[in-house]
Write a protein that binds this ligand. Structure first.
Ligand code: ADP
Ligand code: MG
Length: 263
C-alpha cells in the first residue's frame, strides 16, 4: 500500500531565535553515578540553535545516559544542563513542560501498540499541550503526510514496518513543536533496507534548521549533516570536534581506533 516517501518542503519551521544567542543545549560538567559506578565523568558540551551534533562511541560509553539527562529522563548528581534557557535540574522546573519541548526518538519505536496511528500522533498534543482534538488531528495528519504515510492513519503500529513506525515516531515528536530533537540510535533496530527512509527524514529535519543531538553509528549521516561530532568513551567526552576535524584526523587514539573499526 501507499508509502509515498518524504514530501518536498520543510518538515518544521525553526523556532524563533532567542534574544541572547545562548546555546540551545548547554551541558556543564555533568557527572552521574549508578550507585558506586560512575557512568558520566565531567561531561561538558553545548549545542547551538540549529546545530546538529552526532554522538558516537563504544557500547556502554554513556551515550544514552547523557542524552537522557538532557530531557530529565535520568537524574544526575553533579553539574547542570540548560535547555533553551531552562535549567533541567532545579526545584520548580516543570519537567513535563520541559519534556514536551524536547522531542525524543529511541531505538525501539515506542508507539502505543493499542492506539491507531492517528491517536498515537494526537494523544500527547491533547493531554500534555491541551490542544483541541481537531487541531491536534490536523497537525498530526499533516506531519504524517509529510513523512509519506498519510494512507496509514487508521492502522495500528503492528501493521506497519519498522521503518514506517520510526517515521511515525518522528512525526509524533514533531507534532509537539519541540525546540530540540534527541535521537538515540534510531536506525539500529531496523532491517537494513529501512534505514535509509528514516535517515532521509532526519536529514530533512537537519536541513530545516532543527537543533539535534543524534546518537548514531551511521557515519554517512554524520558526514552529510552533522556540524560537530562528539566521541564518548567510558563516560567521558573524549573528543568534541567539527565534522571535518573529526573525520579528517581525530585527536585521540581511542577515537581513531573506534573509527577504524566502523568505517
Ligand atoms: P551507551 O548508550 O553508550 O551504550 P549507556 O548510557 O546505555 O551506554 O550505559 C553506560 C553504562 O551505564 C553501561 O556500563 C551500562 O551498563 C550502565 N548503565 C546503564 N543504565 C544503568 C542502570 N539503570 N543501572 C546501572 N547501570 C546502568
Ligand atoms: Mg545506548
Amino acid at each position: 500500500p501507499a508509502d509515498e516517501g518524504l514530501r518536498a518542503g520543510p518538515l518544521v519551521t525553526p523556532p524563533p531565535a532567542t534574544a541572547t544567542g545562548q546555546p540551545m543545549i548547554a551541558i556543564d560538567r555533568v557527572s552521574k553515578w549508578y550507585g558506586e559506578f560512575r557512568v558520566l565523568t565531567d561531561c561538558s558540551t553545548s549545542v547551538a540553535r540549529g546545530e546538529v551534533v552526532v554522538v558516537c562511541g563504544p557500547s556502554g560509553s554513556g551515550k544514552s545516559t547523557l542524552i537522557k539527562c538532557v530531557n530529565a529522563l535520568e537524574p544526575f548528581q553533579e553539574g547542570q544542563i540548560t535547555v533553551d534557557g531552562t535549567r533541567v535540574k532545579e526545584r520548580g522546573t516543570n519537567l513535563p513542560k520541559l519534556r514536551a519541548r524536547v522531542g525524543m526518538v529511541f531505538q525501539h519505536f515506542e508507539l502505543f501498540p493499542h492506539l491507531s496511528i492517528t491517536d498515537n500522533l494526537t494523544i500527547a498534543q491533547r493531554k500534555v499541550l491541551g490542544r483541541p482534538g481537531a487541531e491536534a488531528r490536523k497537525r498530526g495528519l499533516d506531519l504524517l503526510d509529510r513523512v509519506g504515510l498519510s494512507a496509514h492513519a487508521q492502522k495500528y503500529p503492528g501493521q506497519l514496518s519498522g521503518g514506517q513506525q520510526q517515521r511515525v515516531a518522528i512525526a509524533r515528536a514533531l507534532a509537539m513543536n519541540p525546540v530540540v530533537m534527541l535521537f538515540d540510535e534510531p536506525t539500529s533496530a531496523l532491517d537494513p533496507e529501512m534505514v535509509g527512509e528514516v535517515l532521509d527524514v532526519m536529514v530533512e529535519l537537519a536541513r530545516d534548521g532543527m537543533t539535534m543531538m543524534v546518537v548514531t553509528h551511521e557515519m554517512g549521516f554524520a558526514r552529510k549533516v552533522a556540524d560537530r561530532v562528539i566521541f564518548m568513551d567510558r563516560g567521558e567526552i573524549v573528543e568534541d570536534a567539527t565534522k571535518d576535524a573529526f573525520f579528517g584526523q581525530p585527536r585521540s587514539e581511542r577515537a581513531q581506533q573506534f573509527l577504524s573499526k566502523i568505517l
